[in-house]
Design a protein around this ligand. Sequence first.
Ligand code: MIC
Ligand code: SF4
Length: 754
Amino acid sequence: MAFDIDVIKSVYDRMPERVKAARELLGRPLTLSEKILYNHLWENPVSQNFKRGADYVDFAPDRVAMQDATAQMALLQFMQAGRPQAAVPSTVHCDHLITAQNGAEEDLNMANNESKEVYDFLASVSNKYGIGFWKPGAGIIHQVVLENYAFPGGMMIGTDSHTVNAGGLGMIAIGVGGADACDVMAGLPWELKWPKLIGVKLTGKLNGWTAPKDVILKVAGILTVKGGTGAIVEYFGEGVTSMSCTGKGTIANMGAEIGATTSTFGYDDSMERYLRSTGRADVADLANGIREHLTADADVYANPEKYFDEVIEINLNELEPHLNGPFTPDLATPISKMKEVAAANGWPTKVEVGLIGSCTNSSYEDISRAVSLAKQVSEKNLKTKAEFTITPGSEQVRYTIERDGFLDTFDKIGAKVFANACGPCIGMWNRMGAEKQEKNTIVHSFNRNFAKRADGNPNTYAFVGSPELVTALAIAGDLTFNPLTDTLTNENGEQVKLDPPTGDELPSNGFAVEDAGYQAPAEDGSGVKVAVDPSSKRLQLLDPFQAWEGTDLKGMKLLIKAKGKCTTDHISMAGPWLKFRGHLDNISDNMLIGAVNFFNEKTNEVKNQLTGQYGAVPHTQRAYKAAGVGSVVVGDENYGEGSSREHAAMEPRHLGVRAVLVKSFARIHETNLKKQGMLALTFADKSDYDKIQENDNIDIIGLTEFAPGKPLQMVLHHDNGTSETITVNHSYNDQQIEWFKEGGALNIIRKSVR
Ligand code: MIC
Ligand code: SF4
């Protein structure tokens, strides 16, 4: 039986009536996204036709998921909310803190030792507050959620940007910061700007070398890393129904890379098959009972341009395998063009390592298709040229692929199987020689490829592709190898061609697992003690942030004017820093160390205006804090792209940065800044970015009349004695202005507890 079946049942019970009411209110057919959103309004019956991209709306998500690296902060906040139990079904997954080095078993033991304090903390908080706990080794959050918790038509939030993966099973699943998770677990509504809707129509059918991954790689190329901001992407068409459920998961997962709020798909036979094979026939039966409500109304997919803000059409019959990268997931190159493009850009073409797996691409189908290529290595007397690694997404998948002989086949090509965890995808990869910082190329089936992300080496060129293509390129050892047309020279000196991959959508003998790694919480957790050692280097209880002083902010210093791409990896790096995710002061030592200083083009070297000396960003900011001087961070487009980690907002808050002013924000990061009581501002005129000078002293005017839709003024006092006033916009609503005034959303929850 599925977990929390009563919750699923109640969502389905109320859905027909609420969908009908919404349809009547809007007076037109509904998209699937609208049906799910209207069914999860905090206040029902529905009374308002919400304006897309404008109205803030309160929702009641069905569940919350958290992974260890973000759960620590989420739960440290939740512990202050004064609730005996999480108000909705919630889970914690231990997946981000395991370093990939020697192979699954050894690496897992190492993590269990190294991170014992954190795991014990998470296990005891979970036990106390009625939260399901998935032990280290159980798998990556999104794969475990897809296998156990996701359900068509549901709505969930998760403290990880790839929570959107559950869209593959027809959910509206959204990545958030820990403070948002804290709200929902505390029984409060969850707020989101009513999203815009992008429709993607897939015609034709995937075939040969092309995989679901290529759909999203292509979409990323079209929409870019910010094209999906504020929008839900809804996929439909014959290409969708003929694709596996886990393939849909891959597409939804990587929707995070276009900044989309989430992506979703209508309920279909592939989802039913997946539910049944993962032990949830009960959910499939319930879903079948309301099938028509779990997809859009017929006219929507027949005339999509009438209902979506933007429609993209992709013909799968013609879609080529793609490789996206380096350094950004939206730089899409069809494999047939790679030779030319790599040469023109001087990208290193020798592939050193191919890595498959991760939360994005570790389904049974993915692995079986990759195996069909690995088998050809011995059959065709080839030799695998690059190193090859696999990170399975869950113990259930790992156990099943071992049983079915896939791991043996990989073993024969010298592959290393890492633990069921994030590993190399998030810099938890002890890659030999990375410290030499040599220019080199890797290919992987993950989703992100920002500089330094996998191995900490800024000169690693990482390209994202399907597991099939990654396997082929690892065999060839060459980025420009096009398996559709090119041959390889085998050990006998013959020219051989790889046959296109084949595989099974689901295991014909069913999934199996011995210990899935789940620990249920105590029925009554009130007696469970949660201890945090005050001298701990990894965990620190949170002190409330100070409330706003009630005046305009004057005499602040420019901390950094960041140039170009500034993702959450640049703001709060992962890899070795993950160990401080539960200790705000310690992790603040990585604040913005990856951001490029506009004025000297260097990372982690900014001018301290009090001394005139250049130093590390966190060090400089600590000096401002010690001197009681506020500061401002300036950034470029899509600032805070990538992760949901709220550390990227809490660190500047903790160290005394008062405002972040950028050309545009990524959604989750903007909300995280607001939640923590920071000022998240945008240039009214983007070219004003050029007016910011290195020695500027900065005032923010208008805060005493801070109101929705009303811009603020920023005065730039330049060091030549002149000053300029620029207009800065914000997207705060009344409630978010309260967060700012109180010094953070949590201070408001704290007050209501007292
Ligand atoms: C990521 O893929 O960047 C991460 C690591 O999973 C993050 C979460 C985190 O930083 O802990 C995400 O996607 O939100
Ligand atoms: Fe983990 Fe990578 Fe997935 Fe993030 S994207 S959850 S780091 S596997």
